[in-house]
Write a protein that binds this ligand. Structure first.
Ligand code: KIV
Length: 274
């Protein structure tokens, strides 16, 4: 099937309850980032479950050094582009740096993202963000929390480093995961945390976890699109990335190979974890 085929059968749109059901039934949630309509069509045609318009667009599309300069306008623009390319995949929009600093700001930014076509917003951190998550969830905005390596904290973290290696940090991450779920998050991204800790968190929370550099036991996996196509965006390739274009033979083939590998449990392999 050609990825842009207007006669391709439409997929039923995934929903928040459907994502929860996938966790309950042990079906892995295949996720990827996308930033434009053409790639979104191809990702959708490959049967990928969830697409994130990540603030990683600052690095892979805009050529910046970090995600911090990305604005709500940037995210909304890319969400609208991606939404036009999707029929079945669930679409999540990242809330960029400080757009979630207060509940009111987060509500404004989230409303714009949902009106542009997203079905959920993602925000980084716990602590003061618990109030924001609760505020959004109470106003019927589905929220994906993001813990572990939170790239918007790069200045304080001093780099992109694995989180939760020491016992105290692991205990805090587990407590934060429980807290974001309790505050009303419907999904949880775990980035760059030891595989054993991600497994413990996944077992401890009822909401699905989506891992990136978090081992094979999460309920789903996500990769940045450019990374899994083997493109060098000018940054060191992290250990958790695999080039699926090499084995898939084409862009659509790469997306299908990735989806199959996540679903049959062969990706991530032990060498992709910490
Ligand atoms: O911005 C992004 O692409 C992300 C993923 C890496 C989870 O947050």
């Amino acid at each position: 099937m050609y990825a842009n085929d207007p006669h391709a059968p439409a997929r039923a749109r995934l929903t928040v309850p459907a994502l929860r059901k996938m966790k309950a039934e042990g079906r892995r949630i295949v996720s990827i980032t996308a930033y434009d309509a053409s790639f979104a069509r191809s990702v959708d045609a490959a049967g990928i479950d969830l697409v994130l318009v990540g603030d990683s667009l600052g690095m892979v599309c805009q050529g910046r050094d970090s995600t911090l300069p990305v604005t709500v306008d940037d995210i909304v623009y890319h969400v609208a582009c991606v939404a036009r390319g999707l029929s079945g995949a669930f679409l999540v929009a990242d809330l960029p740096f400080q757009s979630d600093a207060t509940p009111e700001r987060a509500l404004d930014a989230s409303t714009r993202c949902l009106q542009a076509g997203a079905q959920m917003v993602k925000l980084e951190g716990a602590g003061p963000k618990l109030e924001v998550i609760r505020f959004l969830a109470e106003r019927e905005i589905p929220v994906c929390a993001h813990l572990g390596l939170t790239p918007q904290s790069v200045l304080r973290l001093g780099g992109y480093k694995v989180q939760g290696r020491e016992a105290a940090a692991a205990k805090k991450l587990l407590a934060d995961a429980r807290a974001v779920a309790e505050a009303g998050a419907d999904l949880l991204v775990l980035e760059c945390v030891p595989s054993a800790l991600a497994a413990e968190i996944t077992a401890a929370v009822e909401i699905p976890t989506i891992g990136i550099g978090a081992g094979p036991s999460c309920d789903g996996q996500i990769l940045v699109l450019h990374d899994m196509l083997g493109m060098n965006s000018g940054h060191r390739r992290p250990r958790f990335v695999k080039d699926f274009l090499a084995e898939g033979g084409s862009v659509l083939g790469a997306f299908r190979a990735y989806a199959a590998a996540v679903r049959d449990g062969s990706f991530p392999a032990p060498e992709h974890g910490y």
